[in-house]
Design a protein around this ligand. Structure first.
Ligand code: ZN
Length: 497
């Protein structure tokens, strides 16, 4: 204490906490106490974070003085204290309390040793949740944690966001179903590296219930250890429970997975997996899918948002006959008859790829823009890739304007509108509006406007109908404004004044 100039009569809160912890620490281990008390960051005054560092080291020393003395000489403990550093010590306390050997396993790994980043503190926090998934101090996950510390990725620097997500999802599964979580921990899918489908697998195990879960976990391929290919399949299962029990059942049996990857110019490496039910070959689909993804990205001017595109080619299902659907931005279902002939003739793959992008996802923009836009881009992609022109057969939506579609949605609500007979006109009239507008304003100006709409949505401000009009208008060269207004008026019929 005598080194500490701030120590005296009137202590601030942090000074008091640090002094109390130091007094306790002296009783436990004088060497550690001296070491801590001589750190520059403690000598020159005490912040909240610095006080916490002393408090946490003292707590640790109280249960394991050797661990505490090891922490006290680490480079990141020496040079100043940030919040993630004392929190890391706090996590080490919980680790050591439940399993002293667990700390031995990672304490010399460079990810822990050299410095502690926010992501590394998060790794430790999630690891603690695996050890004690109930959060009640019982440490029921210790045996699972002892499998995790043996895995290569856990002993290496953190790559991307999936490493930490996996631990978080695993702890949630352990909290809900300890036996199942313990069973899958350390299986081959999580041995090498962690990808999006590994997270998907754990979510599936968390979401499925009763008979559905039982039929999955009793499969031979599940029992002998899930690998990455199987994890891809399991990722899709929950979406098929209600949409297509037929697909669900068939997915549980052997199936064929075709994997590919491509470096897209904006997104970098993207992985593609095609899961096919049935016997028809799908050799042509993968190159088509990859080429379509690259073209869609080119038009969007934004990186393809998903780093693993999973395509299920399965039976139709759900409330309507659909050729494809993008469920939650992770994958696509296509009914088999749509690709048996010639994949170039099917715009459904490109259409569903468009739905990964911010302004065409979920219910963020009006349906005519989401669906008409997806068709517009898909038609453009096929024109570019195969020189094929697409148009709708006949005139399936005569005189149904965008304004009528918006009015119907406002009157009956989005769900009923989507289930009703007019919904399909969002694709058709929407595409026709966009095509006419693009011809009126010029394709380069149209693409600039389109990209601004995507960026606006990506920033969390998806434009509504009137704003979409404004953005297109603002990009229209003045010499073409009359044409633009006329084209918009014909297909939209709404009043923008
Ligand atoms: Zn669509």
């Amino acid at each position: 204490m005598k080194n500490l100039s701030w120590y005296g009569q009137d202590l601030t809160g942090p000074e008091r906490d640090a002094a109390d912890a130091l007094n306790l620490l002296v009783e436990i281990d004088e060497t550690i106490a001296n070491r801590v008390a001589s750190r520059t960051w403690l000598v020159d005054g005490v912040t909240h974070d610095e006080a916490q560092a002393v408090v946490q080291v003292q707590r640790l020393a109280a249960i394991d003085s050797e661990a505490a003395s090891e922490i006290a000489v680490l480079p990141w403990f020496d040079d100043g204290i940030e919040e993630q550093e004392w929190r890391a010590v706090q996590h080490v306390y919980t680790v050591v309390k439940h399993g002293p050997l667990l700390f031995q396993a990672f304490k010399r790994r460079s990810w822990f040793h050299d410095d502690i980043s926010v992501a590394e503190e998060e790794r430790l926090g999630n690891f603690v949740k695996v050890i004690d998934p109930q959060g009640d101090g019982t440490g029921t996950g210790v045996s699972v944690a002892s499998k995790i510390v043996k895995l290569g990725w856990f002993n290496s620097e953190i790559v991307g966001t999936y490493d930490n997500q996996l631990l978080s999802e695993l702890s949630a599964l352990l909290a809900q179903n300890l036996a199942l979580g313990a069973r899958v921990a350390g299986m081959p899918f999580m041995a090498e590296s962690i990808e999006s489908h590994d997270i998907g697998l754990l979510r599936t195990l968390y979401e499925l219930r009763g008979e559905d879960l039982e039929s999955l976990t009793s499969q031979g391929w599940f029992e002998d250890g899930i690998d990455d290919d199987e994890a891809i399949v399991v990722t899709i299962l929950p979406s098929q429970v209600n949409r297509s029990p037929e697909n669900f059942r068939r997915l549980l049996n052997a199936n064929f997975i075709d994997k590919g990857s491509a470096v897209l110019s904006l997104a970098g490496e993207v992985n593609f997996a095609i899961v096919r039910l049935g016997s028809v070959g799908n050799g042509d689909v993968m190159p088509h899918l990859i080429n379509a993804a690259a073209k869609v990205e080119e038009f969007m001017g934004l990186p393809q948002p998903i780093d693993e595109v999973i395509l299920l080619i399965g039976a139709p299902g759900g409330e309507r006959e659909l050729s494809g659907v993008n469920l939650g931005g992770t994958f696509i279902v296509v009914r088999p008859e749509d690709y048996e002939c010639c994949v170039e003739n099917e715009t459904v793959f490109a259409h569903e790829l468009v739905h990964f992008y911010p302004a065409n996802r979920g219910r963020v923009t009006p349906p005519w823009f989401r669906e008409g836009g997806a068709d517009y881009i898909a038609f453009w992609v096929h024109q570019q890739l195969y020189n094929l022109s697409f148009s709708y057969v006949g005139d399936p939506c005569p005189a149904v304007s965008v304004q009528q579609l918006l009015d119907e949605e406002a009157a009956v609500g989005p769900a009923q509108h989507q289930a009703g007979p007019l919904f399909v006109c969002n694709y058709i009239t929407g595409q026709q509006l966009l095509k006419a507008v693009s011809e009126a304003m010029g394709t380069a100006a149209f693409r600039d406007a389109w990209q601004e709409i995507q960026r606006t949505a990506a920033a969390g401000l998806p434009p509504a109908d009137a704003k979409i009009y404004e953005i297109f208008r603002s990009h229209t060269p003045s010499s073409r404004l009359t044409l633009f207004e006329a084209a918009y008026a014909i297909w939209h019929t709404g009043d923008f004044d």
